[in-house]
Design a binder for this molecule. Structure first.
Ligand code: MN
Length: 203
């Protein structure tokens, strides 16, 4: 579970910046897309400018998580050079290893100082400016859930769905050994009860 220093680091990020580009690893899975969507929803609720730019398109099975007004953009160097330059912070989700970003690796390496990484895979010595890395969390979506709800925000239905998919993906719907006690006991149930979304799949 993440600690007070992580929450402080996230609060500081929110207070200092309002223009973000979110991205994730190659071949994005449910935790990657779910974390991006959940965090994007939260940031937009605070009036921030958010774009999501990934190396690969969202798999067909996860397209339902995308918001109509926030399409996932597939990285194109010429099209995105300005977006990356103008972003106050680039936020990496569900991957901290520099070699798992594909074509995004060079621009991210060049902008590492203003890159903020949130991940649950253990990576030592990352080049990123700031890191919230917690390998005790079962999914990046769990970390996102902890961070955004600590600010007092209640995920609405789309955000809760996205975070639920992220946590479900990485825990095999709470069956894998990676499932931490805090994971099924707190995150998804609480997310669901917070947003009153009875249609979500049950555990
Ligand atoms: Mn993950």
């Amino acid at each position: 579970m993440i600690g007070a220093d992580h929450h402080a680091s996230f609060r500081s990020l929110l207070e200092r910046h309002r223009r973000f580009v979110l991205t994730t690893h190659v071949n994005p899975d449910g935790d990657a897309i779910g974390s991006e969507m959940g965090l994007a929803r939260f940031l937009r609720s605070r009036g921030a400018e958010v774009r999501i730019v990934n190396q690969d398109p969202t798999p067909e099975t996860l397209r339902f998580l995308e918001f109509e007004d926030l399409p996932v953009e597939v990285y194109d160097e010429r099209a995105h050079v300005d977006a990356f330059a103008q972003a106050e912070r680039l936020i990496l989700l569900d991957n901290s290893a520099p070699d798992r970003f594909g074509r995004l690796q060079p621009p991210l390496a060049a902008l590492a100082a203003k890159t903020f990484c949130i991940d649950h895979h253990p990576t030592r010595g990352t080049p990123w400016g700031e890191n919230i890395i917690d390998d005790a969390s079962c999914a990046t979506a769990e970390i996102i859930y902890e961070l955004v709800t600590r600010t007092g925000w209640r995920p609405d239905r789309p955000a809760a769905e996205a975070l639920y998919v992220g946590i479900s993906t990485d825990t095999g719907v709470f069956r894998f050994n990676s499932t931490t006690p805090s994971c099924p006991a707190r995150s998804p149930r609480t997310a669901i009860s917070h947003c009153h979304a009875p249609g979500l799949p049950s555990m």
